[in-house]
Design a protein around this ligand. Sequence first.
Ligand code: HPA
Length: 294
Amino acid sequence: MGISSVAAIREAIGVIESKLGTIQAPLGMILGSGLGGLADQIENPRSMSYNEIPHLPSSTVAGHAGRLVSGKWQGRDVIALSGRVHRYEGHTLARVVLPVQLLAGLGVHTVLVTNAAGAVNPSFAAGDLMVLSDHINMQGDSPLIGSNDTRLGPRFPDMTVAYAAELRELTLRLAKERGLTVHEGVYAAVLGPSYETPAEVRMLGILGADAVGMSTVPEVIAARHMGLRVLGLSCLTNMAAGLSGGTLHHDEVKEVAGAATDGMIGLIAAVVRGMPDFELRHEFRSHFGTQLVV
Ligand code: HPA
């Protein structure tokens, strides 16, 4: 058995706060491919590379630099995690979710998770955005495998409402006001790293998926385990395999993600400004052995 996630996060927070001072915020953001620009807009940033933080896995994928940035954005205290790691990089899911557990340990109450995904729903188009209404875990694995730490959450966490209805509604309304094409739909998480075959994409559509990607679901499971409120947003960078006639390339995914960045950051900014006020999660700061500073 390795070190428990509570012990790992406690150690990580100790190192972060000895370098940056007390870091705490009610809102956390896990930024996927191409959204590093959002972290650059954070005012009075205090930041550290994942490499400097014990236990946090660093990413091996281009466009996924691992960095924690805390400061003010849109008038709110936020902690952004720019860049994430994936199961396909060889990390266990328990390690993949340490960053979201770190956010909880820093007092985060609500977490926004973004990703790039392929559109499975044929009525969607590359460049559109999707608010996650639900997900299907096709990774054949869970970050909660192993003994359960009840300080974090229950053995059998409920997933009936994984994505907070009020945040989904807010996001859809603000997107419409901004003239953005935003859908609501089900995200299927697969292992990757190969893209899907056309037969797999047809299967995912039959199963009820609207989009497919290789991330997010592990973090959302860990976030819901801890009772955090979640908003998930996908940038649909391409039609999934077999739906567009062409073949798939990571460069094209990055290019479309880059082109959609401004619209996505603008929408996230409006959502963050429009969110109702909420509080730090005091109990996590104490579970993770850190003092709450108010
Ligand atoms: N499949 C899986 N993951 C993805 C895709 C896709 O088509 N596009 C971006 N991430």
